[in-house]
Design a protein around this ligand. Structure first.
Ligand code: SAH
Ligand code: DHB
Ligand code: MG
Length: 220
């Protein structure tokens, strides 16, 4: 199979896009600094992906957002900015260190909306959440994506949006795999494609985050 080895052009174009559309931003810069200082893995969405999530939330007029997988709150800031006064974002994070960083970042983030970072395994926290929410962003451990989808469908209002990061995994979803993240992403994509309450698509992405994909699903 042909695997692109020179991905430099994709990263360069991502940097070009980010340079054009995402000006210097003290809050986001602080989020990245805090995450690096605390030794968090650099797996947050790219600036362009963050802006895309923000635009999606604005386009559907979101007022309540649920995020699964907070890390240091970088994507939480982007999504939270799409919400005005009276808006609300809840983000679930397994690792207390990650959640602490995110809370510091959000406290300094100047959001108009209220935010709540809850620590715990998402599968323990999700059953206690009530909807409706307008948008769910899935970005935690991929092996549980199929189970997260069940909750996302339960919680999201008709016309609302479910977004999931990392559903292509360098194309590994094309093949049988032993990697639980790949198995989870693949099962998630299949469940998304055949779900009677969803209309969905996967966008393949290349660039600063390598080769991966973002799933978008509208609740009927
Ligand atoms: N959305 C973030 C990145 C999330 S990275 C951003 O773009 O800025 C994935 C996060 O999911 C990690 O912080 C990891 O600790 C968390 N995570 C992993 N397993 C989890 C689980 N079972 N429940 C909740 N969070 C989990
Ligand atoms: C990785 C990237 C992600 O966006 C994520 O949520 C988890 C892991 C990675 O590149 O390993
Ligand atoms: Mg991700």
């Amino acid at each position: 199979m042909a695997v692109p080895t020179d991905t430099g052009i994709f990263e360069d174009v991502d940097a070009y896009i980010d340079g054009l559309f995402i000006p210097q931003d003290p809050v986001l810069d602080n989020a990245l600094r805090e995450a690096a200082a605390a030794g968090l893995p650099e797996i947050q969405v790219s600036p362009g992906q963050g802006k895309f999530l923000y635009l999606l939330a604005k386009l559907i007029g979101a007022r309540r957002i649920l995020e699964v997988g907070t890390l240091g709150g970088y994507s939480t800031v982007w999504l939270g900015r799409a919400l005005g006064e009276g808006g609300e974002i809840v983000s679930l994070e397994l690792d207390p260190l990650h959640a602490d960083v995110a809370r510091r970042v959000l406290a300094a983030g100047g959001l108009q909306a209220s935010w709540d970072v809850r620590t715990g395994a998402a599968l323990d926290l999700l059953p206690g959440l009530a909807g409706p929410v307008d948008l769910v962003f899935l970005d935690a451990n991929k092996e549980s994506y199929p189970a997260y989808l069940t909750h996302a469908v339960r919680l999201t209002r008709p016309g609302g949006l479910i977004v999931a990061d990392n559903v292509v995994r360098r194309g590994e979803i094309l093949h049988r795999s032993m990697d639980p993240n790949v198995i989870g992403a693949s099962a998630f994509n299949q469940a998304l494609a055949r779900h009677p309450k969803l209309e969905a698509i996967v966008l393949q992405q290349v660039g600063l985050k390598g080769h991966d994909g973002l799933a978008l699903a509208r609740v009927k």
